[in-house]
Write a protein that binds this ligand. Structure first.
Ligand SMILES: Nc1ncnc2c1ncn2[C@@H]1O[C@H](COP(=O)(O)OP(=O)(O)OP(=O)(O)O)[C@@H](O)[C@H]1O
Ligand SMILES: [Mg+2]
Length: 272
């Protein structure tokens, strides 16, 4: 890449399962180390009830598995475009809007990146799936607008977006020697995205690549659907899923379905 000064913006790939932050600089790795020398931060928040504080990433999972009392939250990105986003949940005794929860995690990414880079970031390029929501352009736009609002609140003044499979394509392009027509498949935790892109070392530095992106598409299927099926097949039957009530009527399934889906577990956390 023909550049001699560090980029002003950072790039954030806020993923359903894992997140990364990049900062393009001469003679340095782009991806910033976010936790224990690793370039990913698992997209996990654990509200530790005993110590009354949120923890993030691998440490969050570790504290949860060690048996600390608290709330484990994963697949926060799936809240974008869901009905839950307009509501709140009770954490450490107070109401926490889900929008603020997203802010906690993305703010943590920003803080960690700024600490390593030793500079503030006011400009950000956020990755986004081709569709946050399948077949619903209004909800999809709302999901993106929510991310913009969250980013502004965190102090990012300039916010732009890049499709995740296009970002993956450009990464692949940095290592090729001649023009290729490439089908990029990005299977994520929440969504799977596809792009057909013309890539070449010569075109790499062009600012406008619109004509090289021949097609993009995506579906709301990813690794966390596997978690959901495992839970529904293996765990929820032990809690009555698929059984009959005393009246012989089928057991209602909404609570089991919520419990088996990472981001809707939050919906089942009420005093009731
Ligand atoms: N080390 C691993 N071991 C087993 N499975 C993994 C591992 N890393 C990722 N996966 C699986 O791959 C899926 C996708 O991971 P990835 O980090 O690409 O998702 P993501 O970028 O966070 O999600 P999205 O792009 O949909 O927002 C995970 O949900 C998980 O099922
Ligand atoms: Mg991804």
């Amino acid at each position: 890449m023909p550049f001699s000064t560090p980029a002003r913006a950072c790039g954030i790939d806020f993923g359903t399962s894992n997140s990364t932050v990049g900062w393009l600089r001469p003679d340095a790795e782009t991806l910033i180390e976010l936790e224990d020398g690793k370039i990913t931060l698992p997209s996990v928040v654990f509200f530790n009830l005993e110590e009354r504080r949120p923890v993030y990433g691998r440490l969050a999972l570790q504290e949860y598995l060690e048996g600390y009392e608290g709330r484990l939250m994963r697949s926060l990105k799936s809240l974008l475009g869901s009905k839950l986003l307009k509501s709140e949940t009770t954490v450490l005794g107070s109401a926490l809007p889900f929008k603020d929860l997203l802010g906690f995690f993305i703010g943590e990414l920003k803080n960690r990146a700024e600490a390593v880079a030793d500079r503030p970031f006011e400009e950000v390029v956020l990755g986004r799936p081709v569709f946050f929501v399948d077949d619903d352009p209004v909800a999809d736009l709302e999901a993106q607008n929510t991310l913009v609002a969250v980013a502004h609140k965190l102090g990012f003044k300039d916010v732009s977006f890049q499709y995740e499979p296009i970002a993956a394509a450009f990464d692949y392009e940095s290592g090729i020697a001649r023009e290729e027509l490439v089908l990029i498949v990005d299977i994520g935790g929440g969504t799977s995205d596809f792009s057909l892109v013309r890539l070449s070392p010569q075109r790499r530095s062009l600012a406008e690549r619109h004509d090289d992106i021949l097609a993009t598409g995506g579906v709301h299927i990813g690794g966390t659907d596997f978690d959901k099926q495992l839970s529904l097949q293996g765990v929820m039957p032990l809690f009555g899923y698929g059984s009959r009530m005393k009246s012989a009527a089928p057991m209602p399934t909404s609570t089991h379905l919520n419990l088996a889906t990472w981001h809707t577990i939050n919906a089942v956390y009420s005093a009731q």
